[in-house]
Design a binder for this molecule. Structure first.
Ligand code: 0WD
Length: 256
């Protein structure tokens, strides 16, 4: 397909080949998008460049951006705006919490740990939307990644559950703000995927087996499936969809 041909899409959060953002990258590339990447760690940049090379994907730009730092976000988008001209779409695939707060009781969460998780995992979408919007002059679509731990108590997800709840509320409030500029904001709620970040969550394997047992489709989802739903939300096919949280979890969220 060429659903996104000629469209400039910014992808934030590829750390390695297991990253959700990497699955999204492949879907967007197959749909003809011009891809712009942001990375935080130098190590991630090297991995990203290797991956792009291996898959024959020519990036439009690769730009550093620390989602914890307003100035870094501003500079990154200024650079992207100046060089690419127009941004049509943005993928936010970033989250962080201290590993010691992804186990035990949520009641033990420290103030600093709480603020850190909110800062990187939820506030960053607000800051990024504000900066990207300046260059989304033809309307556009922003998609972030969330998890069912925002809606229900998932053991050990703890502080990240509170951050994802804030992220999902932010999707709705941001959608209201930027809707005036014909920009849509949505979230994809993926089932559990074995990624670098997921390794930090205690008992993660149990979450995967629970999906395989209980989800209507009786299997887990993979990065490709999550990538394709991100593609849909970024494309004109979803032009009537905003402020939405779309589950890509083999139906797991529907069963008791
Ligand atoms: O089961 C899962 N893995 C699920 C993940 C299920 C449902 C949702 N998600 C969400 C995550 O919460 C996150 O929002 O998907 C998003 C991506 O997660 P992932 O693909 O599991 O994570 P990973 O491959 O570890 O990438 C996370 C990346 C970091 O990599 P580096 O090594 O460069 O820090 O998050 C980014 C970063 O790219 N990140 C940051 N980026 C910029 N500034 C920052 C930061 N301060 N902190 C983390």
């Amino acid at each position: 397909t060429s659903l996104l041909s000629g469209k400039n899409i910014v992808v934030m959060g590829v750390a390695n080949n297991r990253s959700i953002a990497w699955g999204i990258t492949q879907s967007l590339h197959n749909a003809g998008a011009n891809l712009i990447f942001t990375y935080r760690q130098e190590r991630s940049k090297q991995k990203l460049n290797k991956l792009l090379d291996k898959h024959g994907i020519e990036p439009r730009m690769v730009v550093p951006c620390d989602a914890e730092d307003d100035q870094s976000i501003e500079q990154a988008f200024q650079k992207i705006g100046e060089e690419a001209g127009i941004i049509h779409g943005l993928v936010h695939s970033i989250a962080f919490a201290n590993a010691e707060e992804l186990q035990g009781e949520y009641a033990d969460t420290s103030r600093d740990g709480y603020l850190l998780a909110q800062n990187i995992s939820a506030y960053s979408l607000v800051a990024v939307t504000r900066e990207a919007r300046k260059y989304m002059t033809e309307g556009g679509s922003i998609v972030t990644q969330t998890y069912i731990g925002a809606e229900r108590v998932v053991p050990n997800y703890n502080v990240m559950g509170a951050a994802k709840a804030a992220l999902e509320a932010s999707v709705r409030y941001l959608a209201e703000d930027v809707g005036k500029d014909d920009i849509r904001v949505n979230a994809v709620s993926a089932g559990p995927l074995r990624t670098l970040s997921a390794k930090g969550i205690a008992g993660f394997n149990d979450k995967v087996s629970a999906v395989e047992e209980k989800a209507p489709l009786r299997r887990q989802v993979d990065q490709d499936q999550v990538g394709d739903v991100n593609l849909f939300l970024l494309s004109e096919l979803a032009r009537g969809v905003t402020g939405e949280v779309l589950h890509v979890d083999a139906g797991f969220h529907t069963v008791a």
